[in-house]
Structure formats: C-alpha cells, structure tokens
Design a protein around this ligand. Structure first.
Ligand SMILES: [Zn+2]
Length: 402
C-alpha cells in the first residue's frame, strides 16, 4: 500500500513512519483549519492566531491518530502479536501487523482498543475545553481543545463502522468467528466492508451533486479506499491460510545451477529471465557461488550492450537478509519477502545453496492449493495470490488496522 516511507521516531518500541502523502495532508489540514474551520466558528480573531490554532489543531490530530494506533499496538503486543510499526498516511494511521489474530478474543480486544482510546481522548479534550472556559482561557485555546474533542469523537465513531478492515469490521469478525469459523466470518466482514465502501461512495456523489464538492470527493475517496482495503485484506487472509502448515522447502525452486560470471547479459535474459521462474539466481563457477544476480539489475544496462557485457558486472554479494532456511514456515517467508521489498530469497541449508524462493513460487503454491478443492478460499472474483493486482513490491499485503 505504501511507497517510500520515512521514519519519524520510535515510541514504546514501535517505529513511527510517515508516507509522503502524509506531508501533503498535514499541510492541507493546517490550511483548512486556519483559513476555514476556525474563522467560521471563532470570528474576528487576528489572522496569525488562526494559523497558530491551525498548527496546534493539526498537531493535536497527529497526536490523536498516533494515540489510537498505539493503543492497538500495545494491546496487540500484550497478546503476542507482531507489530511492524505504525505508518501515517493520507487516510490517517495504520498499525501494521504481520499476521491476523489467531483467536476471536485477541481480535476483539485489539480492535476495540483503538475506538476506546479515541472516546477517552474525546472526553479528556472535552473536559479540558469546559475547564478552559471556566478559568477564562483565550477563545483560541478553548477552540482548539473543543475541535480535538469533536475530532476524536468522529474518529472513534468512523472506525466503529462494521466495515472490515476498519476496527468495527474486526469487531464484527470476532463476533461471528465462534459461530461461523474464521473464514466465513472474514468473508462476511469483508463483504460488509465492500457494502459500506459503496455506501460512502454513493453518499459522496449525492453530497457533490448537492453542491458540497470537496466533501463529496473526500467521501468517494474514503469509500473507494475501504473497498480496496476490504478486498486486499481478504486476499491476504486467504493466502496466509493456504500457506500455513507449509515450509519453504515445498515451494522453492531447488538447486539452481550457478550462472557463470562471464555469461553475456543477452544470454542470461533469454535463458533465465524469460525461461525460468523467479528473479534471483546464484552466480558462480564449478558449483561455487560467488554472489547473486537479480533480474531487476538488468535494467541498469542499456539493451544495446547486453551482447557484450556480462552477468559478472551485475553480481551482488550475498547478504544475510537475502538468505532463509528451507525449514522456515512459508507464511514467515512471505513476511520476510514483503518486509525486505525483495521478490526472491536464497534458500540455504548448512551454508550450501539449496534453492531460491520467490513471490511467484509462493503464488503458484497458493493457486494450486486453492485449485485442489480448497474452494472455501475462493475470492469473489476467483483470484488469489500474494502479489496482488496492483503490482508494487507486495507491501500492500501487510495487514492494515485503521
Ligand atoms: Zn483503529
């Protein structure tokens, strides 16, 4: 789902990152608060005061979202869930889990923690605003506090929509889980997510037609996002299920013969890139591996030089993060692939190369397993897989928890 993110800071052991889209949103928020909302509700203040209020409001929004996501993360960690970090982006924040909760109770508590924390903040900001009025604090300060109370209330209620993967959708799933099993519970919740997505799109169109174009477009975007997230989360859930209980060994491409470093790039392209699966190949001679070559590195050489230049020039050293053990769980391997942004990993047994495993390999395994009668796992449009349809580096598959 994300492109290049940058790390802001670490709090309570969780890495807080921001998507570049967040910067645009932060600027838009400051502007819309300073030039729109605050002048409307608190007229006749100096312009500089509005900008200070706008900055304070945006900072409070940032804090509120972070507090919400941290609550999910802290409860998740308490139950042994692995939280990769928190990413702020255009629609708020996401606590990124590498896998789903394994019990309805965990899911319920973890999902509820977010809206509960937002309700709590709404109450705290409300009391501060009331107290501020009583002790006659400036209207600018009370105004920002009142805004943050409203904001947290809206945040809590919006996240409680029973639209998977929003918090409310997860709560719905945890409620259906004991009765229908996790697969059906996830399907129903994801379907509800899809329906709510359409509902928001419809409301947005109505609002735009009625004249509220900016608000309308915003609702349409959020509706489209929920629909996309519902599908992506369901696909991720099914893929992970089909991969569970399997090891890397079962799906890797075994013993790829090393490519000689003096092989011309043109021959590497025709004999490996086009003809074989995977995207990573060992390079070496006489069975000894000197490094690896990734098909992405071919782009760096102009096509006209493919006949004369060699694979040796593209060879990279084998780094530890590119090697896994054949006994590793397939789900774990998928996580490693997604986290590293790589499309292939080297599989090594006792220091010797045993094979390579790529997203394609995992994907093929998932599709075949689904084709062999795990019909329960069929996606609405009959597609499965770990790679998604939107390309990217597979990162869109990490579990969003809004
Ligand atoms: Zn949440």
């Amino acid at each position: 789902m994300f492109g290049r993110r940058f790390t802001l800071f670490t709090v309570m052991g969780f890495e807080i990152r921001a998507d570049p889209s967040w910067l645009v949103i932060a600027a838009l928020i400051v502007w819309s608060l300073s030039a729109g909302l605050f002048p409307l509700f608190f007229p006749e203040l100096p312009t500089a005061t509005y900008w200070l209020m706008g900055l304070a409001g945006a900072f409070g929004l940032f804090f509120s979202i972070l507090f919400h996501e941290l609550s999910h993360s802290v409860v998740g960690r308490r139950f042994g869930m692995e939280i990769e970090g928190i990413t702020l982006w255009i629609f708020g924040g996401i606590a990124e889990m590498t896998r789903d909760a394994d019990r309805p109770r965990t899911e319920f508590l973890m999902a509820s923690a977010g809206p509960a924390s937002s309700f709590l903040l709404a109450g705290v900001f409300y009391l501060l605003a009331v107290g501020g009025t009583l002790v006659a604090l400036p209207v600018s300060v009370v105004g920002v506090l009142g805004y943050l109370a409203w904001l947290n209330l809206i945040l809590a209620i919006f996240n409680l929509l029973p639209a998977f993967p929003l918090d409310g959708g997860r709560i719905l799933r945890s409620a259906l889980w004991p009765r229908f099993g996790v697969v059906t519970a996830t399907r129903i919740s994801a379907f509800a997510g899809s329906v709510f997505g359409w509902l928001l799109i419809g409301l947005g169109v109505l609002a735009a037609v009625a004249g509220n174009i900016v608000g309308g477009v915003w609702w349409v975007l959020i509706g489209a996002f929920i629909r996309f997230a519902a599908k992506a989360s369901l696909r991720h859930f099914i893929s992970t299920r089909l991969l569970s209980d399997a090891q890397v060994e079962q799906m890797m491409t075994p013993n790829p013969p090393p490519i000689a470093p003096d092989t011309p790039i043109a021959r590497f392209v025709s004999e490996y890139v086009y003809a074989k699966d995977g995207s990573l190949y060992p390079v070496g001679q006489n069975g000894k591996v000197q490094g690896i070559v990734d098909i992405d590195s071919v782009h760096k050489v102009p096509r006209s030089q493919w006949a004369t230049r060699t694979v040796g020039e593209l060879t990279q050293a084998v780094t530890k993060d590119a090697i896994i053990d054949p006994s590793m769980d397939a789900v774990r391997a998928l996580e490693v692939l997604q986290r590293s942004g790589r499309r292939s990993l080297l599989v090594s047994r006792n220091g010797a190369i045993a094979g390579t495993v790529s997203l394609d390999d995992l994907d093929r395994y998932i599709r075949r397993k689904a084709a062999l009668g795990d019909t329960d796992s069929k996606d609405e449009d009959g597609s499965f897989g770990v790679r998604g349809r939107s390309g990217g580096q597979g990162e869109e598959e990490s579990q969003p928890l809004g």
